[in-house]
Ligand binder design. Structure first.
Ligand code: DHB
Ligand code: FE
Length: 285
């Protein structure tokens, strides 16, 4: 049987990808960050997934304002790195898992979540930077990846409650897949960041830390937080954090099981203009 074994949460700052691509990870600016994520890389080397369901947002690369799916679920064979204006990142093509993705789509849509199915889309830094943070620069990504692009760019964006419930539905779907697969679900984006306007560069570390605590201990309560709180406290792009609730919803405690255990946590400032958060929650065994 397929099983969700862990949920991972992390920022997807494009400058982190550029630092990796350009060999700058030992520079004084970047070294502390890369030392900080090393325990996560060690952890995943010991807990290699077969498949990652990677929740992220597209930043106007696969979708423009012409077409704005709320939940775009990657059912295709493969997903090319997007050209974000400087050419595509020199990273491997993301290889999907069409059979598991089709199974999840069937289960989740009949569970009344109206996903948009996407067989062809490029994936931008939202998807590829977390892969680089965890796996470095391999010739091929060491697992299959099902991208789930969530609209957090154009309002109205989905509520925390809806995201948490979608995670729960994804867990039910994965549980019903017959092949023996180790599945992880990653929620990306955040933490504090505002990229433009008078509040550009806003970092609210106390709020980010409280977000970590509530994510771990009381995600049901956190899921009731309105969008305006994210934006006021964590900046306009801090709303990306709502996607973490999809990954959190897929953990067993929200299906009546035991609470997950924390395997790793990092909070680092700065990377570009933003705070970097990273968290690993392991399923209770
Ligand atoms: C930046 C872009 C992002 O999408 C993000 O989540 C964080 C930072 C940036 O351009 O710096
Ligand atoms: Fe982003």
């Amino acid at each position: 049987m397929a099983r969700i074994t862990a949920s991972l949460y992390m920022s997807h700052v494009p400058a982190i990808g550029a630092a990796i691509d350009e060999g700058l990870t030992d520079e004084p600016y970047w070294k502390p960050l890369f030392e900080g994520i090393q325990p996560a890389r060690d952890w995943i080397a010991e807990h290699p997934p077969d498949v990652v369901i990677l929740v992220y947002n597209d930043h106007g690369n696969a979708f423009s304002f012409d077409l704005i799916p709320t939940f775009a679920f990657g059912t295709g064979e493969s997903f090319m790195p997007a050209d974000e204006g400087w050419g595509p990142r020199p990273v491997p093509t993301v290889i999907g898992h069409p059979e598991l993705a089709a199974h999840i789509a069937q289960s989740v849509i009949l569970d009344e979540f109206d996903l948009t199915l996407v067989n062809k889309m490029p994936v931008d830094h939202g998807c590829t930077v977390p892969l680089s943070m965890m796996f470095g620069q391999p010739d091929a990504w060491p697992c299959q990846v099902i991208p789930l692009a969530v609209n957090v760019v154009q309002y109205p964006v989905p509520t925390g409650h809806r995201c948490l419930a979608l995670g729960q539905a994804i867990r039910r779907a994965v549980d019903g897949f017959d092949d023996d697969l180790n599945v992880q679900i990653w929620g990306t984006g955040g933490m504090s960041h505002q990229l433009q306007g008078r509040r550009a560069g806003l970092i609210n570390q106390p709020w980010d830390n409280e977000f970590f605590e509530r994510m771990i201990d009381d995600p049901v309560d956190l899921a009731r937080m309105p969008h305006v709180d994210y934006v006021r406290e964590a900046g306009s792009e801090g709303i990306e954090l709502v996607m973490w609730l999809i990954a959190r919803g897929a953990m067993g405690d929200l299906a009546g099981g035991a609470a997950p255990t924390e395997a790793h946590r990092l909070y680092h400032v700065p990377a570009s203009n933003t705070a970097v958060g990273q968290l690993i929650l392991e399923e209770a065994s």
